[in-house]
Ligand binder design. Structure first.
Ligand code: FAD
Ligand code: NAI
Length: 471
């Protein structure tokens, strides 16, 4: 240790980096975390998961009141209005509280926060704000940033063409918001502004929204969002965005080629994906390179090609999700400490926090079918509509379903997908069941509390063998 400043130095304090730092310190390792932002917590706490959920929650309550859903329950509000400044203030408050919480946890666990941008000097040394630090282990957890749309300039301060960070902070509700990209960010932030009164058009290059999700789920979600007032232009690409004062003029055309049309917007949200952050890190000085997608390749233990350098989170291959980064943060610290840190990448749940929520874990029906077909196997699928679930019905939440996909031969659950008001909470049960190698029968014969939305998971599991009760 004498030669080293730290046992572990982590670059980036997002959910991957800060969790790795705390775990490493808990394991008795002398730990530092480098972060160039003014606050800890990375994308997730500062401009991602947390502020978006603050706006989603508040806008959902607003729509329930403004749209008459509360009145139908006998909750009459005679005079109501939108106070967007207060809505933004509670978002900022949530961010401040949680990012401050990480700073407190760093102090509590004796993690040093090195403020500034880190760049490699060599394989065990990094430079931060003009000072060199030598560490026995270095973890790259630098996360990701917005993928730019070629030829289109984002200017969050101006507020006409924005990325997700700008879309969280719009000072007024746009008349017409055009979202480029029908993925998670487009639908979540599109929902926020639609609920607050904007007309929202989503331009998606592919023939369906939410790529990577189960086919049935994508179709059903599209139907539900259309019913809510979203307009979708699928199989469409944006070829140009001209900004004229406070308006934008988009030129769009069929993805396969054809006649172009123009759309006028008060705001354009570019949400076409995110790319790993490696610029300025001087990876070459450490002997590291990135793959064709700009990611740092790692092995099963999160080690890069250079011994002593590890990488986790959005900067490595896999889904760009906070909980995946967090679990990798714990595992990498445990591996560095000589313990066995493992993440089961086959069981990473994903949730879209719209209304209703959309959640899945494991394989889609399409992927499961293809995977089992390789060995001559087959799948069984059980589906249960939320309309048949007493709690959803009582709460006036008829949309959605649960789908359980199992191996036809072994009955082992391969994937679970839900569209339901609380799908994000429901999916935890499915993840736990899959982690324990459950069969659909195991879920079907597990007693679920009544009346809960989760009973729909039990009934979908029963449907795998063709025997649900309430349909
Ligand atoms: P990040 O959180 O990106 O953190 C990396 C940190 O490293 C950053 O703070 C950056 O400043 C710092 N950094 C980078 N380079 C350097 C350097 N050279 N020196 C010093 N510091 C550096 N995921 C979910 O699971 N659930 C959600 O609800 C969700 N909502 C999202 C909403 C939005 C709008 C966005 C944009 C993302 C959302 N995500 C969500 C994704 C989630 O934010 C990321 O998957 C997660 O933050 C990745 O964690 P990370 O630790 O890998 O990196
Ligand atoms: P995404 O990958 O979810 O969706 C991007 C969409 O844009 C895709 O449907 C893609 O086909 C489309 N697209 C790409 N190029 C296009 C073009 N030129 N024109 C039109 N459409 C185009 O990416 P998104 O929504 O930007 O989110 C980035 C990441 O952030 C996601 O991978 C997700 O993991 C994470 N995230 C997670 C959340 C959650 O867990 N609830 C919430 C928000 C973000």
């Amino acid at each position: 240790m004498a030669d080293y400043d730290y046992d572990v130095l982590i670059i980036g304090s997002g959910p991957g980096g800060y969790v790795a730092a705390i775990r490493a310190a808990q394991l008795g390792l002398k730990t530092a975390c480098v972060e160039s932002r003014e606050t800890l917590g990375g994308t997730c706490l500062n401009v991602g998961c947390i502020p978006s959920k603050a706006m989603l929650h508040a806008s959902e309550l607003y729509e329930e009141a403004a749209g008459g859903a509360l009145a139908k329950l006998g909750v009459k509000i005679d005079k109501m209005s939108l106070d967007l400044d207060t809505m933004h203030a509670q978002r900022k408050d949530a961010v401040k509280g949680l990012t401050g919480g990480i700073e407190y946890l760093f102090k509590k666990n004796k993690v040093d926060w090195l403020k500034g941008r880190a760049a490699f000097v060599d394989k065990d040394t990094v430079d931060v704000a003009g000072k060199s630090y030598r560490a026995k282990n270095i973890v790259v957890a630098t996360g990701s940033s917005v993928t730019p749309l070629p030829g289109v300039e984002v200017d969050n301060a101006k507020g006409v063409v924005v990325d997700s960070t700008g879309a969280l902070e719009l000072p007024k509700v746009p008349g017409h918001l055009v979202v480029v990209g029908g993925g998670v960010i487009g639908l979540e932030l599109g929902s926020v502004w639609r609920r607050l009164g904007a007309k929202v058009t989503v331009v998606e290059f592919l023939d369906q929204i939410l790529p990577g999700m189960d086919g049935d789920v994508r179709k059903e979600a599209n139907k539900i969002f259309k019913k809510q007032g979203f307009e979708f232009k699928l199989s469409t690409k944006v070829s140009k965005v001209d900004v004229k004062g406070k308006k934008a003029l988009l030129t769009v055309e069929p993805a396969a080629g054809g006649d172009a049309e123009t759309i006028e917007a008060d705001c354009v949200l570019i949400a076409i994906g995110r790319r790993p952050n490696t610029e300025g890190l001087a990876l070459d000085k450490a002997g590291l390179a990135v793959n064709a997608r700009g990611q740092i390749e790692i092995d099963h233990d999160f080690q890069t090609a250079v011994p002593g350098i590890w990488a986790i989170g959005d900067v490595v291959p896999g889904p760009m999700l906070a909980h995946k980064a967090e679990d990798e943060g714990i595992a990498v610290a445990e591996n560095i400490a000589g313990e066995v840190g493992i993440v089961n990448h086959d069981v990473i749940p994903s949730v879209v926090y719209t209304w209703p929520e959309i959640a899945g874990v494991g394989l889609t029906e399409e992927a499961a079918k293809a995977k089992l077909a390789e060995t001559g196997g087959a799948i069984k699928v059980g589906k249960f509509p939320m309309l048949g679930n007493s709690r959803a019905k009582t709460n006036h939440e008829p949309d959605g379903f649960v789908k359980v996909i199992a191996d036809a031969a072994t009955d082992r659950v391969l994937g679970v997908w839900c569209i339901a008001s609380v799908a994000g909470t429901m999916i935890a049960e499915a993840a736990l069941a899959m982690e324990f190698g459950a069969t659909s029968e195991d879920i079907a014969y597990t007693c679920h509390a009544h009346p809960t939305h989760s009973e729909a998971i039990k009934e979908a599991a029963m449907a795998v063998r063709g025997k649900p009760i309430h349909v």
